[in-house]
Design a protein around this ligand. Structure first.
Ligand code: KG4
Ligand code: ZN
Length: 320
């Protein structure tokens, strides 16, 4: 049984997963409400909240699984990328637990974690496949030949797809985090009402900053009253542009690599229009799209563990 811990951004999460990929518990405490009034995640606030939440969340994960600390065979934790102060809370907790129980520790890369959200029961996906990883911090197209390994084919040159959703939501006055809010509002709007550009960049890379600027100018031109009237059309058109960029590139990458299967993971994989636009793709289950610790424990199954007690000097990293 693997005890997973994830604290890379604004979700404090712990989970218990078996080596066969069965989820025994998966507890996520989101701090989104705490950061909403700042319009985004405040790193120092996030670290302090992780400190308060990490032990109660761990307790709940054990309780939900009907397990005790002594039942864990390994501790898995996100080492990076993410907010270093936030990561250090999870990493320190993981070291303390593993050291006190003389357990091995598995340091997991957060992006490997997102991909490994596809390997959990009851419907685990088998490589090879082409994977679109779209979250608040990253937008990557990767070729997955086998579990625990991937090759990056393309990435964003500026904002991540989730970041584009969040910044767009802010311009539309929808609060933070904005992806789910745009998703909801877009259902009532006309996606063809506004023609937002899909950036053309070379290769298999993405760019979303031009789209955000186009929305900014449109919102400014419309003024407050018109914005109020057209908010759902703007949300629908803006979402359409992001979804087009993602699906276009994913399909292109699948063609180039000859991969038959496309998979989508990360917070943006929860988007209903994206899910509808790629009906044949494998999407991470909804609760496993946004950050969680089950995916971290899942990824740990394909990473070499660091034996007790040589992991005590492991450090967190901000970027890959
Ligand atoms: O994977 P995640 O929880 O955190 C990172 O690793 O970054 O992704 C969070 C991102 C946020 O930008 C959020 O707005 C976006 O995922 N998101 C969505 C939806 N739900 C969450 N974006 C579009 N549609 C959604 N339904
Ligand atoms: Zn993530």
């Amino acid at each position: 049984m693997i005890l997973g811990i994830e604290t890379s951004c604004d979700e404090t999460a712990a989970a218990l997963v078996t080596v066969d990929g069965e989820i025994l518990s998966n507890v996520v405490s989101s701090q989104a409400d705490l950061h909403a009034r700042f319009g985004g995640v405040v790193p120092e606030v996030a670290s302090r909240r992780h400190l308060e939440l990490v032990v109660p969340v761990l307790r709940e994960a054990l309780e939900e699984a009907g397990a005790e600390l002594g039942d864990a065979d390994a501790v898995a934790v996100t080492q990076g990328p993410g907010l270093v102060g936030a990561l250090l809370v999870g990493l320190s907790a993981a070291k303390a637990i593993a050291w006190s129980r003389q357990l091995p520790l598995v340091a997991v890369d957060h992006l490997d974690g997102h991909v490994a959200s596809l390997y959990l029961e009851p419907e685990p996906l088998e490589p090879p496949f082409l994977c679109l990883l779209a979250s608040g911090g990253h937008t990557l197209l990767v070729d997955v030949a086998e579990r625990g390994d991937f090759r990056v084919l393309g990435t964003t040159l500026d904002d991540a797809a989730g970041e584009a959703f969040d910044k767009g939501a802010r311009l539309l006055g929808l609060g933070y985090p904005g992806g789910a809010a745009i998703d909801r509002l877009a259902r009532e709007g006309d996606p063809e009402a506004h023609d937002f550009p899909v950036a053309r960049v070379r290769g298999l890379d993405f760019s979303f900053s031009g789209l955000k600027t186009a929305l900014l100018y449109t919102v400014r031109e419309l003024g407050d009253e018109e914005l109020e009237r057209r908010r759902s059309d703007l949300a629908a058109s803006y979402q359409r542009a992001i979804v087009r960029a993602l699906t276009g590139r994913a399909t292109q990458a699948a063609e180039q690599t000859g991969r038959q299967k496309i998979a989508v993971v990360g917070g943006v994989a929860a988007n209903s229009e994206l899910r509808a636009a790629l009906p044949d793709a494998a999407f991470a289950p909804l609760p496993l799209c946004t950050d969680n610790a089950a995916m971290i424990a899942s990824a740990a199954r394909y990473v070499e563990a660091v034996p007790w007690p040589s992991y005590l000097d492991l450090d967190a990293y901000a970027s890959r």
